[in-house]
Design a protein around this ligand. Structure first.
Ligand SMILES: Cc1ncc(COP(=O)(O)O)c(C=O)c1O
Length: 401
């Protein structure tokens, strides 16, 4: 039988088969390297991405976004080279904003903005717009992200902590909040990405305007979104690529502070300008719009919530049934987005992590402040990925238990 000979070219991320012609000698591979490279390709195609963010997005979003970089809407232009105040981009912004309104069933008082700066900018932009220097804002302290929000709010006014679980290492959500009726607002972090906790019962009846950082569970479950006065979320988990923030605002809450707000940080200006006060992060907004379109096609928030519940139930049930793994969060407060667990033996943890790597599972290592493991189950993660992880856990426990 004649031997087929292929030549391969490689760059740091991709291996190409470039045919039967002999290329420059530095690019030639030996046959065993060819087989190895094919194996790399195979592993690549079954990657299960449990990253905490930026994280997995639907494949069709990647495909459409790549196409738009080369040829946006058959214009012959890249989306990266079109003006934002054109009839090419304006419909993208309009559709992204209107999809958020539709998916969250927002009323006319709630405005939708796509802003720069990551959720971290909102830690200061919220108090700058809502809290006078001599006033009080109420915050819940549920972990790393809530603490950062509290720190920034203190730059603008007084802060009370209405509930905290710091003393128990943030392994639960505070109950029985003590919110001052005079507080300008109550701030909660609906899902603590690092601690792995999630508010299941939202304090809608707190008696003051409600503000939420929803960065890691935005559009993952049905909530009464109109009962929030501000919702903000970095896009890079459930909603698209890094580089843009979703901010939903009840416009009636604005205009009550007496400080001078720099124009670019004043929500009222962004509302007035239709979220186009300056050049928006065009590509990140486009990816968010594609992801929102995908979510609508999948059946919307209620449908994705069902799938998210099924994924989380499978993973938590598996964890609870295998004594080798220990979920760290109180059962009723477990996050359905970020599942945090540990093992008693650090050597076994290392071994398990290695097995995950071999089986194409990435992003399972826990955050450095908690240790152990964290599997993030965002909207675009398929049930098959959770099945693969739980099968691996069962096999590992069988062998080691
Ligand atoms: C709950 C939460 N809030 C805020 C942030 C900060 O987001 P950004 O990096 O977009 O500023 C994160 C990042 O992971 C987060 O998980």
């Amino acid at each position: 039988m004649p031997t087929a000979r292929f030549y391969l070219a490689i760059n740091p991320t991709t291996i190409f088969i470039i045919g039967h012609q002999k290329p420059a000698t530095s690019l030639i591979f030996a046959p065993h390297q060819f087989i190895q490279s094919l194996m790399i390709e195979t592993v690549k195609s079954v990657i299960h991405n449990f990253n905490a963010g930026p994280s997995v997005l639907p494949k069709e979003v990647f495909e459409e976004a790549s196409e738009a970089i080369l040829d946006f809407n058959h214009t012959g232009l890249s989306i990266l080279e079109i003006g934002h105040r054109t009839n090419l981009f304006e419909p993208v912004m309009a559709e992204a904003r209107s999809l958020v309104k539709e998916l969250m069933q927002l009323d006319d008082d709630h405005e939708v903005l796509f802003l720069h700066g990551g959720a971290t900018t909102q830690f200061m932009q919220v108090p700058m717009n809502l809290l006078n220097e001599n006033e009080l804002a109420s915050y819940t302290d549920t972990g790393t992200w809530a603490s950062k929000a509290i720190k920034e709010a203190k730059l603008f006014g007084h802060v009370e902590v209405a509930g905290s679980t710091k003393e128990t290492n943030y392994t639960s959500i505070p109950k029985n909040l003590a919110v001052s009726p005079t507080a300008a607002y109550l701030h909660i972090t609906t899902n603590e990405t690092i601690a792995g906790t999630q508010w299941k019962k939202i304090p809608y009846d707190c008696g003051v305007p409600l503000v939420a950082d929803m960065s890691s569970d935005i559009l993952s479950r049905v909530l009464d979104f109109n009962k929030f006065d501000i919702i903000y979320a970095g896009a890079q988990k459930n909603m698209g690529a890094a580089g843009v923030n979703l901010v939903v605002i009840n416009k009636n809450i604005l205009g009550k502070v007496n400080r001078t707000i720099p124009s670019i940080l004043d929500y009222r200006n962004h509302i007035k300008e239709g979220s186009m006060m300056n050049t928006p992060p065009v590509f990140a907004v486009y990816v968010a719009m594609l992801t929102l379109r995908w979510l609508k096609k999948e059946g919307g928030v209620a449908a994705i919530e069902k799938l998210n519940n099924a994924k989380a139930a499978l993973l938590y049930q598996t964890l609870d049934s295998l004594p080798i793994f220990k979920p760290v969060v109180a059962k009723e407060d477990r996050s359905y987005m970020n599942v945090v667990f540990v093992m008693d033996d650090p050597a076994l943890e290392k071994e398990f992590l290695e097995r995950c790597k071999q089986e194409g599972m990435i992003g399972v290592k826990g955050h450095r402040s908690v240790g152990g493991f964290r599997a993030s189950l965002y909207n675009a993660l398929k049930l098959e990925s959770v099945i693969a992880l739980t099968d691996l856990m069962k096999d590992f426990a069988n062998k080691k238990g």
